[in-house]
Design a protein around this ligand. Structure first.
Ligand SMILES: [Zn+2]
Length: 113
């Protein structure tokens, strides 16, 4: 389950921020997960609950915002939502398209004490 290793690196970022900014507890983590990032939000929730024990984020609420995939066609320039890689362009049939959104996972915000 690679969500667990993603969670470990995310927690390192949070712990670093806690050190730099001097907060002791995170009460809420808002996470953006691209629909095409290959991350399962439910597995991420599970990893969060297990991974945050004994950390600054123990007991924090996890908010997951899923962002839709979006592609731009290199041939005709059409931009459209996509759900899978290599989906052909709806206008001209070109594939693969350039994926321009929905591939990333990032921390949007932290609520802290
Ligand atoms: Zn096209």
């Amino acid at each position: 389950m690679h969500e667990m290793s993603l969670m470990v690196s995310m927690l390192e970022i949070i712990e670093d921020q806690a050190r730099q900014e001097g907060f002791r507890r995170v009460t809420r983590v808002t996470l953006e997960i691209g629909q095409m990032a290959g991350v399962d939000p439910e597995a991420m929730r599970f990893a969060f609950e297990a991974g945050t024990l004994d950390s600054v984020a123990e007991g924090a609420e996890l908010i997951i915002e899923e962002t839709l995939g979006r592609a731009r066609c290199p041939a005709c320039g059409l931009e459209a939502p996509v759900e899978v890689f290599y989906e052909p362009c709806a206008a001209c049939g070109q594939a693969p398209q350039e994926i321009i959104a929905g591939r990333a996972m990032r921390i949007v915000s932290l609520d802290v004490d």
